[in-house]
Design a protein around this ligand. Structure first.
Ligand code: BES
Ligand code: ZN
Length: 671
């Protein structure tokens, strides 16, 4: 294969398990949810299969778990095993080794049971008290990606290992999992007719499709269900779960698009394998926009804008059913395969549905700002490696430190670039289908993806196509950093990829037109401005974001103008968090660039406070825990008034999810 060096797979640097010797194929989970102690206690039973001869032990990842006992099944009897726990690694946790009574041969299986409980300070779980949810009941939810499943259960916590699972969970509040409910039924009286919050009920779940451990998920709380209509001929079911106060709004927001997108996606890439596609509207502290837990996407409540303008997040998560949950990256080095492919497909679905490049081009173009910001941040922190698509992790490095737009944007642009080189969307589609067919159910490396790419196109196009593939700057795309892309460039715009990408700019131009009017208004007195509320009526929510982002590329507007902008268009109060975030960035632009040398204006200080109040829920009691919004606001506020940012964070940090808490602390401590 032309220009790529094929380095041998170094394996997963984030696990201490011996998954290459022996691997879990099935997990049986039994948990009791103890709401008082804030722990899960119970057991997991692994069915494992040896991958080579002479395997004498099973090594699992365990982080902050209290292990009570381990046992191995011998002749249908549980025989206690003398397990050992290695020393604690701050990122990887501890290695839990369970010796086997006799060495296994390749293909032989064994059952290992570990009884344990989680710790109240568990990175994978957030426990919420009554004041932190809309219905005033407690709630609990997990987030295992990328490497937190080990806090929930002793597992081989690598995406290379795929397992089916079944679970039996007892709780006084309804339990949801990333699997298919066996009992009690999802519809009908909630909580099996028993009193929610008081009576213990056992929920059983089964996930018959093999999934990586990072997709094991649980949520418990006062969640109720409403189904969506399923198109004729489809056998899957789809619907939404939310606390009763949000159920109607949630149903309205997602009911139209979810079944439509799911059906369209099936047309392009083949059958939806998970049978159920439900959305759970999470408590506000959920740190992501969405998380593609199989059968049950977790979604931030900030998507409930009342105008369906943020459903693209759902499209993204359901696309993961094929790219990520079907074809899985082998380990963190290849994470871009999940997010890059998903982002490419999510945007290509827009092209299919609208029949025009305008929407797809707009989405690609819109992703560049976040990419540039993240790349700049890595440069500032001396971490330009994280600008690479394929990052070679060191043993024990935390992939969350590298989490950002690079795998999404550089990844999806690489696929888009390939699509262009190989003949456009229509010629590319059969290849995508073949890729999905070939690797669904497997965990793969970048090299395996590439091997199939070359294989497919040489079979379906011969030497001519192979030559086109060889013309791709593989090293630049996979290993390149921003400095490499700009070495020989004399353009004043920073190049973010090894080649210049072109997108349809129709929708962007409309947004920029309004931006130019504001830009040109800077020298006018405020009374002379002739902007109208109606200016933004014709712009979609993403165009509004683009309009504001365009202003970010200009010199800061005078405070008087920014204030007028925020009030006239309702941007300082809008429910649309995407719009509101960029508005605050515009409003704080001047102050954050001059804060080192100049005292920020009263307006900037007031705006920083206002923005922080929004994040910590001072306005309406609802926290904005999604990291996409809270992290940049804390960063901007810190640039304007470091003491204020610190003080607000310290006062509210307990309300944030443990992952968000960790990353905001790091942001506030960074130079
Ligand atoms: N799988 C990711 C979220 C994730 C990635 C969690 C890595 C932990 C580690 C999810 O699919 C995602 O990409 N969410 C985005 C949504 C967006 C790109 C539409 C988010 O949360 O912003
Ligand atoms: Zn994703």
């Amino acid at each position: 294969m032309g220009s790529t060096q094929s380095n041998p797979d170094t394996g997963d640097m984030c696990t201490q398990s011996n998954y290459r010797d022996i691997a879990t194929t099935h997990l049986s989970i039994v948990w009791n949810i103890d709401w008082h102690q804030r722990v899960l206690h119970g057991s997991v039973t692994h069915t494992l299969e040896a991958k080579k001869d002479g395997v004498k032990e099973v090594v699992l990842d365990a982080a902050n778990l209290e292990i009570a006992s381990a046992a191995v099944l011998v002749d249908k009897h549980q025989v206690p095993a003398q397990f050992t726990l290695g020393t604690e690694h701050p990122v990887m946790g501890r290695a839990l080794s369970v010796p086997l009574p006799s060495a296994l041969k390749t293909g032989e299986t064994v059952e290992v049971t570990v009884a344990y409980k989680t710790h109240p300070d568990c990175m994978a779980l957030q426990w919420l008290d009554e004041a932190q949810t809309s219905s005033g009941k407690m709630a609990l939810f997990s987030q295992c990606q990328p490497i937190y499943a080990r806090y929930l259960a002793p597992v081989q916590d690598s995406p290379s290992v795929k397992l089916t699972y079944e679970a039996k969970i007892a709780s006084v509040l309804p339990v949801l999992m990333s699997a298919i409910r066996q009992s009690p039924p999802s519809e009908g009286p909630p909580h099996d007719g028993k009193e929610i919050g008081k009576d213990m009920v056992t929920y059983t779940y089964s996930q018959p499709v093999p999934i990586p451990s990072y997709l094991i998920a649980i949520a418990s709380g006062n969640f109720h269900y409403r189904a969506f209509n399923v198109p004729e001929g489809k056998t899957w079911k789809t619907g939404v779960w939310a606390e009763p106060e949000l159920l109607e709004r949630a149903h309205w927001e997602f009911s139209e698009d979810t079944p439509r997108f799911l059906a369209k996606e099936e047309e392009i890439v083949g059958e939806y394998r998970f049978k159920v596609y439900d959305i759970l509207v999470m408590p506000p502290s959920f740190p992501y926009g969405g998380m593609e837990n199989p059968c049950l996407t977790f979604a931030t409540p900030t998507l409930l804008t009342g105008d369906r303008s943020l459903v693209d997040v759902i499209v993204h998560e359901l696309t993961h059913s094929w790219f990520g949950n079907g074809i899985t990256h082998a380990h963190a080095e290849h994470f871009w395969l999940n997010e890059g492919w998903t982002t490419y497909m999510e945007r290509t679905l827009q092209l299919k549905l609208h029949g025009s490049e305008a929407y797809r081009g707009f989405a690609f173009k819109g992703g560049l700002k976040g990419l540039k910001e993240d790349c700049d941040l890595y440069a500032k922190r001396g971490n330009t490696r994280y600008q690479q698509l394929q990052i070679l992790y060191e043993k024990g490095e935390n992939p969350d430190d590298a989490y950002g737009q690079v795998p999404y944007e550089k990844g999806s642009n690489l696929i888009l670039h390939l699509e262009g080189v190989l003949g456009g969307p229509e010629a590319f589609e059969p290849y995508v289908r073949d890729y999905v067919k070939t690797y669904t159910g497997k965990s793969i490396t970048t090299e395996e993806w590439q091997a199939h790419l070359y294989g497919y196109w040489s079979k379906n196009g011969g030497a001519e196509m192979t030559k086109k593939l060889d013309s791709i700057d593989w090293k630049g795309w996979l290993k390149g950093e921003i400095a490499d892309y700009n070495k020989n460039s004399n353009s004043k715009e920073t190049q973010l990829f090894p080649v210049q990408m072109q997108y349809d700019e129709t929708l962007l131009l409309e947004a920029k037109a309004l931006g130019d009017r504001w830009d040109q208004s800077r020298s006018l007195d405020i009374e002379k401005l002739d902007f109208k509320t109606a200016d933004i009526d014709t712009l979609t929510s993403t165009q509004r974001t683009a309009f504001l982002e365009y202003l970010l590329t200009k010199d800061p507007l005078p405070d008087t103008h920014t204030k007028h902008l925020g009030e006239l268009y309702g941007l300082s109060t809008t429910l649309n968090a995407e719009n509101r975030l960029v508005f605050y960035q515009v409003a704080l632009l001047g102050a954050s660039s001059t804060a080192q040398t100049q005292q920020p204006s009263a307006y900037a200080q007031q705006t920083a406070r206002h923005a922080l109040d929004w994040i910590v829920g001072k306005e309406n009691g609802v926290l904005v825990g999604r990291m996409k919004f809270c992290r940049p606001i804390f960063r901007r506020a810190k640039a304007v008034d470091p003491a204020l940012a610190r003080e607000v964070f310290d006062r509210h940090k307990e309300q944030f999810h443990p992952i968000a808490r960790d990353l905001i602390s790091k942001d506030l401590a960074a130079p």
